[in-house]
Write a protein that binds this ligand. Structure first.
Ligand code: ADP
Length: 642
């Protein structure tokens, strides 16, 4: 096959076209990031080669000094970034450069609004990578040869609908990317400008970045040239792994830039932790909390963000063993000194050292979050808004650190009555009433439903704070986190509330009288609702609403039942649910009082049924038969109005 015959023209995946268009239009004020992205890729490619070469030294083919070169040509208007890293095969070029393989990409693009300001925020979440070349270039030529292979390929595109790919010759392994700069981007064809960008963005990466430097001609005293002008290679960056340096020698900006490199993000992180552990199991860690959740945080298959190095050699970024799932937003580097370099996945999975490092790393991250909570409330709030729902998996996943994680949790509460989740369990406890032993909460499927739950009425009246839980994960959270600081977490919609201790003697007496007074009515309602409720009783929970539903202490909450039903789980098959709720009526409510005196049995039944359906609705639930409800209600209205 001739080289020509090898040339193929292929179309970009639709998503790539969108991404390119969006990127070019939303990142123009941030153009220079193209260099960081391409250098990061080159550095990753070097990392991968080093790792592969651990098992197969011949991949180096005599060239083991890994480096990146940046050159430019003013007359050709090109910038060239080349590396002698792992390189790519033809198939890899096609898979990685013509397509976006990340799962969740489609959903990501569905979220774009067309509003450029908003979309450029989103694109930051997505990460731009290689395609950022097209911010400054109107044609990109990538030539690459995989380590250990002889065939090289060239990929070329103007960043519009398609690209070409063909076999070519390339003397050494690695990847060379030539950017044909757009008109108007000449500012980058300048040695000083490029050096400044490299220093700013890539100073801290461990690989040397080389640029040519002009050495002027040397002349003797008479002005005769003794040696002609020449070019000399110069390492532009400091080329030492940032995490190996001492904390005080690193500036805040260097930490931030390094974060952007490891995390492929372009916003500054919220906070970081950097430390070195000495002893038999020695390791360094440099971990970051991003200021924004990545687009694929809820994707179960998304890669974890902590990179494992051993003695400064990159091993894997798929190190699930290093961070638990509830800290999956953490980014950064862990470098273990005492592990052998020839580790396999299996060894990693079973390594006691790795699991000790994980324990240490989790402690570090929790410490970093505790610091943030204590010292920078505003940043902590940002953190909570982005990652709160992930952290809530903590008490479920990590029993050992349950209390520490619980301290980090924030909730909405009746104290503020605001949607913002800002109340900690400690805040709650500090406001508990004298004699109050439990931490009260209500769950619902929206904040509005939680805040307006009829169950809250008595708590509001007595001035007892209640946490308002309306995230899906909350039901699971409270089923794991049953106690905090020796205080039981109690759903206000379950079982009996022992609030009578806060009642006055008068109130107690009133309740007793009422209970007796209502015995017959309760029985009558029970007969009407017999297949729907397990019991009908006089409520101590309500002040304004006529009725509410309560579940048994050990029963699933009604909200949880709804969630399970929506998820298509059959409750009976799971041996759960199916237990009927308790129906509580408010004896002081005008409707209930009137019901007590209702003589017409049919009307009595209709009103009881309506009260029951209302109780479901007011908790945000759904009726099995809404039209029957409407029909009954209209019947009543008609009898009033006509
Ligand atoms: P990301 O780096 O986020 O995966 P990119 O679009 O920047 O996304 O790159 C896509 C893939 O292309 C990389 O994951 C890598 O496999 C490959 N790639 C990019 N640049 C290089 C390079 N210089 N050498 C080898 N492979 C590369």
């Amino acid at each position: 096959m001739t080289v020509e015959a090898n040339k193929q023209t292929l179309g970009f995946q639709t998503e790539v076209k969108h991404l390119l268009h969006l990127m070019i239009h939303s990142l123009y004020s941030n153009k220079e990031i193209f260099l960081r992205e391409l250098i990061s890729n080159a550095s990753d490619a070097a990392d991968k080669l080093r790792f592969e070469a651990l098992a197969n030294d011949s991949l180096y083919a005599g060239d083991s000094e890994l480096k990146i070169r940046v050159d430019f040509d003013e007359t050709q208007k090109t910038i060239t970034i080349s590396d002698n890293g792992i390189g790519m095969t033809r198939a890899e070029v096609q898979d990685h450069i013509g397509t976006i393989a990340k799962s969740g990409t489609k959903q990501f693009f569905e979220r774009l609004t067309g509003d450029q300001a908003k979309d450029s925020e989103l694109i930051g979440q997505f990460g731009v990578g290689f395609y950022s070349a097209f911010i400054v270039a109107d044609k990109v030529t990538l030539t690459t040869r995989k380590a250990g292979e002889t065939e090289a390929v060239r990929w070329e595109s103007a960043g519009e609908g398609d690209y070409t790919i063909e076999s070519v010759d390339k003397p050494g392994r690695g990847t060379e990317i030539v950017l044909h700069m757009k008109d108007g981007e000449e500012e980058f064809l300048n040695s000083w400008r490029l050096r400044t960008i490299i220093k700013k963005f890539s100073d801290h990466i461990s690989l040397p970045i080389i640029m040519s430097k002009e050495v002027p001609a040397e002349k003797d005293d008479e002005g005769n040239e003794t040696s002609p002008a020449s070019l000399e290679d110069e390492t532009v960056n400091s080329a030492s792994a940032l995490w190996t340096q001492s904390k005080d020698s690193i500036s805040a900006e260097e930490y931030n830039e390094f974060y952007k490199h490891v995390a492929h993000d372009f916003q500054d992180p919220l906070t970081h932790a950097h430390s070195r552990v000495e002893g038999t199991n020695e390791y360094s860690l440099l971990l970051y909390v991003p200021s924004r959740a990545p687009f694929d945080m809820w994707d179960r298959d998304a890669k974890h963000g902590v990179k494992l190095y051993i003695k400064k050699i990159f091993i894997t970024d798929d190190a699930e063993q290093l961070m638990p799932r509830f800290l999956r937003f953490v980014r950064g580097v862990i470098d273990a000194d005492s592990l052998p370099l020839n580790v396999s996945r299996e060894i990693l999975q079973q390594s006691k050292q790795i699991s000790a490092i994980k324990t240490g790393a989790v402690k570090k991250v929790l410490g970093m979050l505790e610091d943030l909570a204590e010292n920078d409330a505003e940043k902590y709030q940002t953190f909570w808004e982005q990652f709160g729902n992930v952290i809530k998996e903590g008490p479920i996943e990590d029993h050992k650190n349950k209390d520490r994680v619980a301290k980090l949790l924030r909730f909405a509460s009746t104290h503020t009555d605001d949607k913002t989740q800002s109340v900690s369990l400690d805040d709650y406890i500090s406001r508990m009433k004298e004699g109050q032993e439990k931490i009260y909460y209500v769950t619902a499927d929206s904040f509005a439903a939680a805040k307006n739950s009829p169950h809250l009425e008595i708590f509001r009246k007595k001035g007892i704070e209640v946490l308002l839980l309306s995230d899906r994960i909350d039901e699971w959270l409270v089923s794991s986190l049953t106690d905090y600081d020796d205080k039981h977490l109690q759903s206000i919609a379950k079982g009996d509330l022992d609030l009578d201790k806060f009642d006055s003697e008068e109130e107690k007496q009133h309740q007793e009288e009422v209970s007796k007074d209502f015995e017959a009515v309760l029985k009558q309602i029970q007969d009407v609702l017999t297949d729907k409720v397990s019991e009908v009783r006089v409520s101590h929970r309500l002040t304004d609403s006529p009725a509410c539903l309560v579940t048994g202490v050990y029963d699933m909450s009604l909200n949880m039942e709804r969630i399970m039903k929506e998820a298509g789980q059959s409750l009976n098959m799971m041996g759960m649910g199916g237990s009927k709720p308790i129906f509580e009526i408010n004896p002081d409510h005008a409707i209930v009082k009137a019901l007590k005196n209702e003589q017409d049995d049919a009307r009595f039944a209709d009103i009881s049924q309506i009260l029951f359906d209302q109780a479901i609705l007011s908790e945000g639930g759904q009726l099995d038969n809404p039209s029957a409800f409407v029909h009954k209600l209209n019947g009543l209205l008609q009898s009033l109005l006509v």
